[in-house]
Design a protein around this ligand. Sequence first.
Ligand code: ZN
Length: 420
Amino acid sequence: MTDEIVNDTNNIDRAVGGTVFERFFTGRSEANYVAPKTLFMTADYVNLTVFETDDGLVMVDCGTLETAPKVYEEIRKHTDLPLHTVIYTHGHLDHAFGLQPWLDAGEKPRIIAHENVVQRFKSYMRTGPLNSHINKVQFGIEAGLKWPETSGEFFWPDVTYRNQLSLRVGGERFELFHAKGETDDATWVWAAERSIVCTGDLWEEILPNCGNPQKVQRYPEGWADALEAIASVDAKLLLPGHGQPIEGNEQIRACCHNVAEALRAIVRQALDGLNSGKNHEEIMQSIQIPEQLKQFFYIDPLYDRPEFIARNVIRQYGGWWDGFSSHLLPAPMREQSAVITELAGGTEAMIEKAYQLADSNLPLACHLAEWAALAEPDNDKAQQCVIDIFNKRAEGEISLMGRGIFSHAVRQAEKALAAK
Ligand SMILES: [Zn+2]
């Protein structure tokens, strides 16, 4: 066991921009001590922390199925202590599925998670194909992602809790706090004697992934509450679920407060819109990250967008009807597209106008391209128009969620052309 400490965590001056993967690929693919008896590493794109205690290892998250052997090897380079406790910060695939090599080696850890992790795993067992599809669109993984669907593919928690849980391992205190943020099953961990906080995905070094257009309800206010609670403990080192660690109590507090404020501002704007009787479209037009917060790289909307977060607020407090009466029980898009295209003077005219608008009003051009292809799916030029216009849209889109869906439109059109 070595206590060599890599203390290059004070990286708070990173540039605004880049991509989410530049943030998530931290360059920490090898396990290193970031504090005494505290190992930290990034398994491809997700982080995990291992605390060495007198009774064995306390592991916060265990990575993915795929990266598990590498994680095991890395941790075992530094310590042969038994794996005593595993804490899931939530039940997502990148955080709670990397235990197999440990079990194969004969370890018998106690697994602790929020009680909703159990519900999440059960829901995964019912929605495998849906989740595969969502991730196919989101990340452009055409082959699909193998989703765990049978009970034996999950590492089920042995101990669950509801609000807060105090643990003692090796004489050391670990406080677990529940939060609702990206998920409804989140836990953040306060290692009080070390002044270290493990946030899971409550800190991601980007604007919180709190509005994913394809996924279940997320909780911007719960997320802000959790960040403020994290800021209130006297942490000297923040070890996140994604992105780089943050060192220093003042930095940690400032970062958490700023992200919380960004979320609260979005919630305020969405609720003000709902309360003043605006329709969803009008609300979307008023959603802004406050000007003074845009300077912070960790509020960049590289994964999710403020508009998508606002949609989640609307879903949480209101209904799905967007305020346009014709959208309540709408005519099929294909029929709408056919009539609009006919009135426009035909598919050729629609395609021409889409290309004309591509530079000046790309969102509008996307509607025209989609209408043309829906009106006349067998028209090669219409499908090519979708490819060109949505490629341009995807290239210019800052959020991974947005880019994923625009690129999906391109792939669908490419498939339609190839099928002929
Ligand atoms: Zn994650």
